[in-house]
Design a binder for this molecule. Structure first.
Ligand code: 3PG
Length: 394
């Protein structure tokens, strides 16, 4: 697909889909990663003399105007990150949008109100897409993290104007291709988090593509249970035991070496500083919960990373939010980061909790690439085509 290097920008109105679905606390942006991610594209457009009109969603207002879900507080936060003024337009279509755009000079930046205040957005409604397109001369999608949604501003709009991939979109796709599309082998995956049920398609796809896959976090309990181990009071999806055995078989058929825990950290309560014990498999008693990967498990993962060229990571190995159950995740993440920093490993991470876990470990910056995406990263790991990416290719 086309990138902005190919675009004629001077004096043109660029409609840019960004993902400003950012964490807010008491009306203020509490993590501006996604705002910073949009800066390179905005800068390129400004430098080329375009009028930069930003389209974004926030939360899930379901087609209604919900004042608490307004994008207005994002404009000053973006201005700070950008070091330039950002105007705000109180609607993304219609007269309010048109008059805000009419007041723009070349190089100006305008953020329009939440596209999800209109039902046509999530319905991918062609009429709503036309109303959006009326305000632009070209379209740029820089929202990889919203590309799993086939919505008007991520999908239909791309067919109505000359469409380009923004810089963050390009970075994400390049990194993900390097990690899973065309990786340097051996390629290893670490998948953690609690629910096997939410990651079935992902596990099934990964075992056919990776050389090694480590399963950690709560979902490993389901695999241990499926292999006949006692898991005490641990979180465990017992009804998925057969599915877990299928995944183990599928891994074997595809020569993907599976790494399940060798030892685990247990406690009777999940509380900060709770008395934690290391247990071997089969040693968990009925009052205990598995809350982290054990030291032997982590050591084996680190050795497997040493012998890999590429690592793709999604999901924590334990309850990283509550020390001491962050230890497994933190040690493994720091090891991956050190290998990546020294150029020995391409380490790519993404999806929801993963970035938060790397931040707890203080090593996100040393990873080769950390995706800004949650759900989109997971769908991409499942091998699904992302509608927002597909729309740019046509
Ligand atoms: C995200 O935050 O992952 C994206 O912005 C998508 O948001 P959604 O899950 O509400 O569609």
């Amino acid at each position: 697909f086309r990138t902005l290097d190919d675009a004629d920008l001077k004096g043109r109105r660029a409609l840019v889909r960004v993902d400003f679905n950012v964490p807010m606390h008491e009306g203020e942006v509490s993590d501006n990663t996604r705002l910073r991610a949009a800066v390179p594209t905005i800068e390129t457009l400004r430098a080329g003399g375009a009028k930069v009109i930003l389209l974004a969603h926030f939360d899930r207002p379901k087609g209604k105007v919900v004042p608490a879900m307004s994008l207005e507080p994002i404009a000053p936060a973006l201005a700070k990150v950008l070091g330039a003024p950002v105007a705000f337009g109180p609607d993304c279509v219609g007269p309010a949008a048109a008059s805000a755009i009419a007041a723009m000079k070349d190089g100006d930046v305008l953020l329009l109100e939440n596209v999800r205040f209109h039902a046509g957005e999530e319905a991918n409604d062609p009429e709503f897409a036309k109303a959006l397109a009326a305000n632009g001369d070209l379209y740029v999608n820089d929202a990889f993290s919203a590309a799993h949604r086939a919505h008007a501003s991520t999908a239909a709009l791309a067919h109505l104007l000359p469409a380009y991939a923004g810089e963050q979109m390009r970075l994400e796709l390049t990194a993900l291709d390097k990690a899973l599309g065309h990786p340097e082998r051996p390629v290893m995956g670490i998948v953690g988090g609690s629910k096997v049920s939410s990651k079935l398609d992902l596990l099934r796809n990964l075992v056919t593509r990776l050389d090694k896959l480590a399963i950690g976090g709560g979902m490993a309990n389901t695999f241990l249970y499926a292999q006949g181990h006692d898991v005490g009071l641990s979180y465990c999806e017992k009804d998925l035991a057969e599915t877990a055995r299928d995944i183990i078989r599928l891994a074997g058929q595809n020569n993907c070496k599976l790494f399940l825990p060798l030892d685990i950290v247990v406690a009777e309560t999940l509380a900060p500083g709770a008395a934690a014990r290391v247990r071997g498999l089969g040693e968990v008693d009925e009052h205990e919960r598995i809350l982290d990967a054990g030291p032997e498990t982590v050591e084996r993962l680190c050795r497997a990373m040493d012998n890999s060229k590429t690592l793709i990571w999604n999901g924590p190995l334990g309850v990283f939010e509550i020390p001491p159950f962050d230890k497994g995740t933190v040690s493994a993440a720091r090891h991956a980061a050190a290998l990546a920093k020294s150029g020995k490993l391409v380490a790519v991470a993404g999806g929801g909790d993963t970035v938060a876990a790397l931040n707890v470990a203080g090593c996100a910056d040393d990873f080769t690439f950390v995706s800004t995406a949650g759900g989109a990263f997971l769908e991409w790991m499942e091998g699904k085509e992302l509608p927002g990416v597909a729309a740019l290719a046509n």
